[in-house]
Ligand binder design. Structure first.
Ligand SMILES: Nc1ncnc2c1ncn2[C@@H]1O[C@H](COP(=O)(O)OP(=O)(O)OP(=O)(O)O)[C@@H](O)[C@H]1O
Length: 246
């Protein structure tokens, strides 16, 4: 058990990368229960490497990383983290209903020999309800729009009841109206107390949803604070560039 004061994520001097080579390093980051944190930064700065490192999908190459009070290397129950991967929709190759896709999010927590029961079906219904797709449960996923498919993937990440959800660009590549719907889904989850770490290039789409911004540039954290402080920081940077050009 973790107490409510135990940070959901606690990183100190953390480094993550590939094949032994760090891409992000020196990351100090503490995320408390219920926080909704946007991770911003230029292309290739290491945002995905950082968040996938928390999921054990990129290599942890240094520093301390604790998830819900447990060192990353000792975290055996991966269902405590939910993950919505980057640029992912559900193509037409696989014929599955929306419910079936969401139910795959329960596979890690259910022994293979136990068929889905009432509790599992109720969890799928709750997750679909949370993303506003309860009425699409029996639809073939391939018939859904890109934005709706993202919501199916969010439901899949939610269904096992994770304590933190990591999302990699959930609003990228969908039209503005769908971005608004997705932002509404994230806002409801955030208000319900779900801790989220959201990599995004589209901060405007998530205005009012995130309560903290972490900026990564060339593998290092270059800002960590509130959206208002970030706006001030950007204004200050723009002014100093202007002064340099004058
Ligand atoms: N699987 C991998 N193996 C080796 N290097 C990788 C791998 N994935 C990413 N990289 C490298 O790590 C660096 C950071 O990539 P990363 O995807 O973390 O950045 P990002 O900030 O998420 O970028 P974007 O905004 O474009 O998604 C890049 O130089 C990239 O080429």
């Amino acid at each position: 058990m973790t107490s409510s004061e135990t940070p959901v994520l606690g990183l100190s001097g953390a480094a993550f990368g590939y094949d032994g080579n760090p891409v992000v390093s020196g990351v100090d980051l503490t995320v408390s229960r219920g926080e909704v944190v946007a991770v911003l930064g230029p292309n290739g700065s290491g945002k995905t490497t950082l968040v996938t490192g928390l999921l054990g999908l990129s290599e942890h190459l240094g520093g301390q990383v604790e998830i819900l009070g447990t060192p990353l290397a000792r975290l055996t129950d991966r269902t405590r983290l939910g993950y919505v991967p980057q640029r992912h929709t559900l193509g037409g190759g696989v014929r599955s209903t929306v419910s079936e896709v969401v139910a795959t999010g329960l596979l890690a927590s259910r022994p293979w020999w136990r068929p889905a029961g009432h509790t599992d079906r109720a969890a799928v219904e709750r997750a679909l309800d949370a993303v506003g797709l309860a009425d699409r449960a029996r639809f073939d996923v391939a018939t859904l729009s890109g934005g709706q498919q993202r919501r199916v993937l969010i439901a899949r990440a939610l269904v096992a009841g994770p304590e933190v959800i990591v999302m990699d660009e959930p609003t990228a590549g969908v039209d503005r109206a769908s971005q608004g719907v997705l932002a509404g889904v994230l806002q409801r989850l955030g208000r319900g107390g779900t801790t989220m770490l959201v990599v995004t290039h589209e901060l405007a789409a998530l205005r009012g949803v995130v309560d903290r911004i972490v900026e990564i540039d060339t593998g290092h954290v270059t800002f960590d604070g509130t959206p208002q402080a970030y706006a001030d920081h950007q204004g200050e940077q723009a002014r100093s560039v202007g002064r340099g050009a004058a």
